[in-house]
Design a binder for this molecule. Structure first.
Ligand code: ADP
Length: 484
């Protein structure tokens, strides 16, 4: 219950049908702080019955929620937004405790998470159909937008608040109900959001949170015909499993999957701006974001200057516990994450890359790693083929624009890409040629509630946020009206 201003936000069990399922008979699982290793809480582990109860509650709640005027849903969502903002500091503290990011970043995440609730509270009122000219006389073609139904969300640990609101807000705005299965590493933030949703007046059953074994709960959520949509953010590997499991009941799918973002710096780029952009996208959340730059292609004319300036800035990043003053780089989430970062660096070094900054575990131990820069990286190295999800920037030298585009596109992923250049014709050409859902141009910060977030290729299906995001939670019903 550590240090929360509002103790009511400390929840450790499932929220089903508006009730906290405190059940001493359930097994529990210790939750660890990744920075200190301390046990934060014991989280009640439900199973298939819990998933089934949550689906049943969401199913019962669906028709009355969908039937409410959009304006009423909007008012409730707006209240949820206000409560998230009012309790922002507590939410940020929960994020630091269980995820490890610096408190300044956690506050940023809460604001970002809240922005989706505010945005979709507004968009709820703008759901609308069309009336079209029919090819025959005396007929009307009318379209209505209707909510998809019960939606199940499976969310990751790296943005424990925002990855939930980015799904729940458009779902509830559209009139859908939801069952959320948060990541096992970050249940506390999810449950606090659930508590605030209840206080905001979200009716029982409209927003449920279940906890337990991911595979077991995922199997129930994907297999149940009452669930009409699965919305997932996580790895491409798990996304593929969920898509396959959803096939028998033909569910709608939104998938925000892995990336392998290329970051292109051309000779005409402003080098300082490019360095700042790379720090923003690569080292935020210690590199644990799906839109983090993963491969940094730098044209030969600015390569050395860029590498030197980057190494200087990265060397100055403050590594520390998220609650420490001035900390900029928290721990990695777990041992597997640490092992992957080490394996990528070892593979690159063995194939001829140079470590110009960092390169090893941080002296403070635990899950901390030194922010790292590698030069002389080549496309055959593991670090160019897989998402590192850690604080390592691999620099690859290139000569011609076409060569950079070909290397950038040489991946099954297509989430985000970044281009740094001044020449407008080049920017347009390169942005058009990149196979990705999002392109940052002279910026490393691309995500906000107004912009459509999503990927192409094996990075996913659908878009979140923006005016488009609510469409993923709506069906079109067509009325063929004769004699109208
Ligand atoms: P990450 O590598 O970021 O942890 P994952 O794709 O493994 O990404 O996890 C994202 C979410 O998917 C988490 O909530 C996790 O519990 C859940 N998850 C993992 N495996 C499965 C599965 N087989 N079925 C359903 N959910 C799963």
């Amino acid at each position: 219950m550590m240090d929360l201003a509002d103790k009511g936000l400390w929840r450790t069990c499932a929220l089903i049908d508006g009730e906290w399922r405190e059940d001493a008979a359930l097994p529990s699982r210790p939750l660890h702080n990744p920075s200190t290793g301390a046990v934060l809480a014991h989280i009640a582990q439900g199973g298939a019955e819990q998933a089934d109860a949550a689906i049943a509650a969401a199913h019962r709640a669906f028709a009355p929620w969908a039937a409410r005027p959009a304006k009423q849903r909007s008012i409730i969502l707006r209240r949820w937004f206000d409560l998230i903002v009012d309790h922002g500091e507590d939410l940020a503290r929960l994020i630091v405790m269980e995820e490890g990011k610096p408190i300044t970043e956690a506050r940023g995440e809460v604001a970002y998470a809240a922005s989706f609730v505010e945005w979709f509270a507004e968009e709820a009122k703008r759901i609308r159909g069309d009336v079209m000219e029919a090819p025959e006389a005396g007929r009307r073609i009318v379209t209505l937008k209707e909510p998809v139904g019960v939606c199940a969300a499976i969310t990751p640990w790296n943005f424990p608040a925002a990855m939930i609101t980015r799904k729940a807000a458009p779902a509830l705005a559209a009139g859908c109900t939801m069952v959320v299965k948060p990541a096992e590493q970050t249940p506390l933030t999810a449950l606090a959001l659930g508590e605030l949703a209840m206080r905001a007046g979200v009716p029982a059953g409209v927003f449920n949170i279940i906890l337990g074994d991911a595979r077991e709960l995922g199997g129930v959520l994907t297999g149940d015909p009452r669930v009409r949509k699965i919305t997932f953010t996580g790895s491409t590997e798990v996304g593929r499993i969920l898509i396959a499991q959803s096939a028998p009941t033909i569910k709608k799918l939104s998938m925000e999957l892995g990336g392998n973002a290329p970051f292109l710096v051309f000779d005409d780029a402003d080098v300082d701006q490019a360095v700042a952009g790379l720090i923003a996208t690569k080292y935020r959340n210690t590199g644990q974001a799906c839109i983090s730059a993963n491969r940094v292609y730098v044209q030969e004319g600015v390569y050395d200057a860029f590498a030197a300036a980057l190494a200087r800035k990265v060397g100055a990043l403050r590594v520390g516990d998220g609650f420490e003053d001035g900390a900029q780089q928290g721990p990695l989430i777990d041992d597997d994450a640490l092992a992957k970062v080490e394996a990528h660096i070892a593979d690159a070094a063995a194939r001829g890359a140079q470590v110009v900054q960092g390169g090893a575990r941080h002296p403070r131990g635990g899950l901390f790693f030194q922010p790292t820069v590698l030069t002389g990286v080549t496309p055959d190295m593991l670090i160019c083929r897989e998402e590192t999800f850690g604080p390592v920037a691999p620099l690859i030298r290139f000569a011609a624009e076409e060569e950079a585009i070909a290397m950038a596109n040489d991946t099954p992923f297509g989430l985000a890409a970044y281009v740094f250049a001044q020449d407008a014709a080049r920017i347009w050409r390169v942005a058009a040629a990149l196979e990705s859902g999002m392109v940052g141009i002279n910026t490393g910060a691309i995500s906000n509630e107004v912009a459509p977030f999503g990927g192409v290729k094996q990075s996913g299906l659908g878009r979140e946020g923006s005016v488009y995001g609510i469409e993923d939670y709506l069906e079109i019903k067509y009325l063929a009206w004769d004699g109208a």
